[in-house]
Ligand binder design. Structure first.
Ligand code: SAM
Ligand code: DTB
Ligand code: SF4
Length: 332
């Protein structure tokens, strides 16, 4: 276990944030001011907001499964699954339904309440979407909530997923608008926002968040949170990922984010999106117990649980349950 991260200095945003409408609920500047608060003041405010909206100490668990790994056409700089990076990952076919259900049953037995299926697609093709729809229906029959992340959707695809009873669609905006094209060039932030709008219009809960530690500055982090918090309504679920620097990806050499800046990002998400679940997502395997405890203090009330994320390892499940017991956290 790595106990601490090397600390990178907080850099200035690469570009000025785009102009915000006067009516925006949260101005990037106000969010930057939250980031700039003394750490203990920020944590106190996050706790106040958290306790006004949620039972303190209750944490929801979701289990991830990669149902279609590798060979993706997109060039997202952080991602092990892009066919454009030499990460050594093999392209795999879509997982058969019975195998998916085996994983889902194991997730239910392990105590997860939601099962999230991820596919390395720019967007799903008709035949593939039909297969995923069967997965959603069958996983729901096990009594689990369902979430899928399949890339961009059109309105009809979103409607079909809603009809299948899908509970959540994950589509992260990943970073600030001004930083996005430094990380991804094969699609735009607007493409991401369009999909989120279609998911929302279809009546599916939105799961959208981002990644920190990609070389962005505090203003970029504020821009990411502002975009999420100003959505009408904000996403029901907000995953905050710490970059997993995967060998062979363009971002493999990124300096790790200062762990306190990671905690600050969680706290600012909690304050600006008081009614949303904030998920302490990728990167927990590299975090010690004390840092994770700070993330829960900052208002994280959801985790990915189980031995794997998509292509990388996750924190040990038994160690998670020991940590929950030591901290008096309760799974919901
Ligand atoms: N292809 C779909 C898409 O891009 O939305 C779904 C799968 S994609 C792997 C889902 C999310 O995983 C990304 O939006 C990103 O936030 C997160 N992710 C991918 N690689 C990551 C990494 N190395 N570290 C942290 N988060 C990562
Ligand atoms: C999210 O925000 N994080 C998850 C899930 N949504 C799909 C994915 C994390 C992926 C981490 C790198 C990997 O395992 O490939
Ligand atoms: Fe493809 Fe999604 Fe990875 Fe981007 S993040 S390369 S779209 S799997």
């Amino acid at each position: 276990m790595i106990n601490e991260f090397p600390v990178s200095p907080t850099v200035k945003a690469s570009r000025p944030a785009p102009a915000e409408p006067a009516t925006a609920r949260w101005k990037t500047a106000d969010i930057e001011a939250l980031f700039a608060l003394p750490f203990l003041d920020l944590m106190f405010r996050a706790q106040e907001v958290h306790r006004a909206h949620f039972k303190a100490g209750e944490v929801q668990r979701s289990t991830l499964l990669s149902i279609k790994t590798g060979g993706c056409s997109e060039d997202c700089g952080y991602c092990s699954q892009s066919a454009r990076h030499s990460t050594g990952l093999e392209r795999e076919a879509l997982m058969p339904l019975d195998e998916v259900l085996e994983h889902a049953r194991a997730a239910r037995e392990g105590g997860s309440s939601r099962f999230c299926m991820g596919a390395a697609w720019r967007s799903p093709k008709g035949k593939d979407l039909a297969a995923v729809i069967e997965m959603v229906k069958e996983v729901k029959k096990l009594g689990l909530e369902t979430c899928v992340t399949l890339g961009m959707l059109d309105a009809e695809q979103a409607r079909l997923l809603a009809e299948a009873g899908l509970d959540y669609y994950n589509h992260n905006i990943d970073t600030a608008p001004g930083f996005y094209d430094k990380v991804v060039t094969t699609h735009t932030m607007q493409d991401r926002l369009d999909t989120i709008e279609k998911v929302r219009e279809a009546g599916i809960n939105v799961c959208s968040g981002g990644i920190v530690g990609m070389g962005e500055g505090q203003t970029d982090r504020a821009g990411l949170i502002a975009l999420l918090a100003n959505m009408e309504p904000p996403p029901e679920s907000v995953p905050i990922n710490k970059l997993i620097a995967f060998p062979g990806t363009p971002l493999a050499g990124s300096n790790a984010i200062d762990p306190f800046d990671f905690v600050r990002t969680i706290a600012v998400a909690r304050i600006t999106m008081p009614a949303s679940s904030v998920r302490l997502s990728a990167g927990r395997e590299q975090m010690n117990d004390a840092l994770q405890a700070l993330c829960f203090m900052a208002g994280a009330n959801s985790i990915f649980y189980g031995e794997r994320l998509l292509t990388t390892g996750n924190a040990d499940a038994d160690a998670d349950m020991r940590l929950f017991a030591r901290l008096g956290l309760v799974s919901i």
